[in-house]
Design a protein around this ligand. Structure first.
Ligand SMILES: [Zn+2]
Length: 278
C-alpha cells in the first residue's frame, strides 16, 4: 500500500505535468469511458492529495477522485511527441489502463485503482471530511483528532493507521515512530501522554515531506541528516533507509538488544521490540 507521502508526490507530478493545460481523457480499458468522455478536452486546474486520496480538479466543477489501493499505479511521463500542436491520440497502450490523460507534453496512465470516479467539488469535500488529519497538510494536530485520541481505548498502533483519524500514515512510519517513542503499539490511545502524541505528530510533519521529496521513508536521525545534507548540495537525498524494527523481526533491537517481533494488528504486519516498547 503506498503511504500518504507517495500520493502527495504523485499529486505534485500530475500538477506539474497537466495543470493549466487542456487534456485529452480516455479510458482504453473502458471502465471509465463515460466519465472520460465528459472530461475530454477540458483544462486541468490542479491536483492535490489528502492522505492516500488524490483529486484532480478539472474545469467545469469536475473532480477525478482516485485511490490507488494496494495494487494501483499512476505513471506520469513525458512523451516524445512534443513537436505536435495537439495532444497525440495514438500513443501505445500497455496493460489495463483505466484512465489516460494526455496533453502536448505528458501522458498519465492509471492502472488498477480501487477508486477512479468523476465527482463534484462538494462530493470531494465530503470525502475529505471523512478523512483524518494529514501530517502533510496540517502542521498542528487538529483538536478534534486530539480529543478522539484522548478518548479511545483502541490501541495506538491501530489508531495511527485508521485513515478516518490520521490520513496517510502507513506501516513503516507507524512501526518506526512507535519504536522511537518507546511505545508499545498495544497501548490504548487514551493512555498515551499528550506530549508524546504531539511529539509523534511533529515527527510526521517533519519526516513525511522528506518522504515526498526523496521517495524514501526516512526516519532515523542519521538517515535524515544525510539526506538533508545531500539535498542542501543539490542532490536527491535518496539515501538507503535504516530501520530499527520495520521488517527486522528476529534481529536485535538497536536500542536494547531484545529480539524484534512480528505480529498482526488491524490486518497488517506489526513490528515491535518487546524490550523497550512498553
Ligand atoms: Zn528495544
Amino acid at each position: 500500500m503506498p503511504e500518504g507521502h507517495t500520493i502527495h508526490a504523485l499529486a505534485g507530478r500530475v500538477q506539474d505535468a497537466f495543470a493549466g493545460t487542456p487534456v485529452r481523457f480516455s479510458s482504453p480499458q473502458g471502465r471509465f469511458a463515460e466519465s472520460a468522455a465528459a472530461l475530454d478536452g477540458a483544462c486541468v486546474e490542479s491536483a492535490e492529495a489528502h492522505g492516500k486520496h488524490l483529486a484532480i480538479h478539472v474545469e467545469g466543477e469536475q473532480v477525478v477522485h482516485v485511490h490507488l489501493g494496494l495494487f494501483g499505479r499512476f505513471g506520469v511521463r513525458q512523451h516524445r511527441r512534443v513537436d505536435r500542436g495537439e495532444p497525440p491520440t495514438d500513443l501505445p497502450v500497455a496493460g489495463q489502463v483505466r484512465m489516460r490523460m494526455v496533453n502536448r507534453t505528458h501522458v498519465g496512465d492509471l492502472r488498477g485503482p480501487i477508486v477512479c470516479e468523476l465527482v463534484t467539488p462538494t462530493e470531494w469535500r465530503e470525502v475529505r471530511a471523512g478523512l483524518g488529519a494529514d501530517p502533510l497538510r496540517d502542521d498542528r494536530l487538529p483538536d478534534a483528532v486530539r480529543d478522539r485520541l484522548a478518548r479511545t481505548r483502541r490501541a495506538i498502533g491501530a489508531v495511527l493507521m485508521d485513515q478516518s483519524l490520521v490520513a496517510g500514515v502507513g506501516n513503516v512510519y507507524r512501526a518506526e515512530l512507535l519504536h522511537r517513542h518507546e511505545l508499545d503499539p498495544h497501548t490504548p490511545a487514551r493512555d498515551v501522554p499528550a506530549g508524546v502524541v504531539t511529539a509523534i505528530w511533529d515527527d510526521l510533519v517533519r519526516l513525511m515531506p522528506l518522504g515526498v521529496r526523496t521517495g524514501r521513508i526516512l526516519v532515523s536521525d542519521s538517515d535524515v541528516e544525510r539526506a538533508e545534507a545531500l539535498i542542501a548540495k543539490g542532490g536527491t537525498g535518496r539515501v538507503r533507509p535504516h530501520y530499527a524494527v520495520y521488517r527486522r523481526h528476529g534481529k536485535p533491537c538497536p536500542r536494547c538488544g531484545e529480539t524484534v517481533v512480528k505480529e498482526t494488528m488491524a490486518g497488517r504486519n506489526l513490528f515491535r521490540c518487546p524490550g523497550c516498547q512498553r
